[in-house]
Design a protein around this ligand. Sequence first.
Ligand code: AMP
Ligand code: GLY
Length: 441
Amino acid sequence: MVENTRQEVRDGDNMNILVLGSGGREHAIVCSLARSPLSETIFVAPGNGGSAPGAVNVVLDMMDGEAVVSFARAHGVGLVVVGPEAPLVAGVADKVRAAGIDCFGPIAAGALIEGSKQFSKDLMFKYQIPTAEYAVFETADAALDYLKRHPAPIVVKADGLAAGKGVTVAETDEQAAQAVSECFAGRFGSAGAKVVIEEYMTGPECSLLAFVDGVHMIPMVEAQDHKRALEGDKGPNTGGMGVYSPVPIVTELEHKEMILLMQKTVDALVSEGIDYKGVLYGGFMLTPTGPRVLEFNARFGDPETQVVLPLLETDLVAVMLACSQGKLNKIDLEWKQDWAVSVVLASAGYPESYEKGKLIRGIEEAEALEAVTVYHAGTHRDANGEVFTNGGRVLNVTALGSTFEAAREQAYRAVDLIDFEGKTYRRDIGERALKGRAAWE
Ligand code: AMP
Ligand code: GLY
């Protein structure tokens, strides 16, 4: 997010904001914050090649809470927004809050809901929040012994943060045993010191994110990610290849049930004495017996944010401050009645190895289309303003439309205008949703 001069004249109450992170999610957050009359300069650490009015990239170690506080103090920052999970789990929000600065993102005790699968599963068990049956193991022998009594399909998860790669949905007993062995052999470092083995569930997945202020919560619109690398939901899991919002296949009953489960989880955190402020991300599976939780995350989803925030009409700065200050009950969220579809453009080879440094053309042409925004993820902008690939997931091409089909068609029209060597994407984002619920059966 390179420097850009603000066009509008701003009045008294504006504040400087610091956003931590470098993905498409953070670019979408920055774009929404930049639309607020409350924001002045938005510092992004480290940011990427994307830009927004008033946003400037800065060099700062986002894992170092003291450094974040020093920067915030030196630059008159009134709100720190933590994008990814790692700084939250490392306690950066604790430091910012302790310094008396508003922070959007939970303290470490709250971020454990993502940072430890065991913590999250135990919390759900204690408060009767429906999820897959599970068992936790600290040795390979005990886990392998359990697998003998629980045949595939079964799911093996590293307990700690593994950048989305710690989950194996094992279709055979051999795959399950291999996943257990690899975890304990150190494939995910200390994140794999414990292993959670889970019952295999079936159904469409749906993400429901909620703003939380320690006590109150307000749900956002639902979104559905496409985690697999290849069309037809095949190939390895990725960080997400495309997403849409809202989710047309969700029934009214499921919608209500998911909101109830999110509220139950916020109440559980309150009962545990955890002052949770930020986003609670519920990853649900819509099983034949109703929605069950796959996982919780302690942050905005990526790429869910790239479709959810463009639909939010309410001032994001005001919402984030209300979360930080425990005043969410004073806010009503308003949403556009549109549909949003976002297609991820990735580098050839992703999620395995890929090349960087390829010139990207056509972003401006794509953004000239009506209702299209191109969020940058793995990009770098050079001194001449040219943009190059700099990661696996490169761009998120988001389009809004008054119907699901219109949003989808517009997103792909924009995708076709962008070009770089190795450009890879799925042509079938949203295709299953168009076919309806039967496409999951
Ligand atoms: P997680 O990071 O825990 O959400 O897991 C990543 C992906 O693995 C999920 O989005 C699901 O597609 C799949 N998955 C996780 N847990 C289960 C489960 N218990 N049953 C079936 N699939 C699962
Ligand atoms: N889209 C999945 C995640 O943010 O974890």
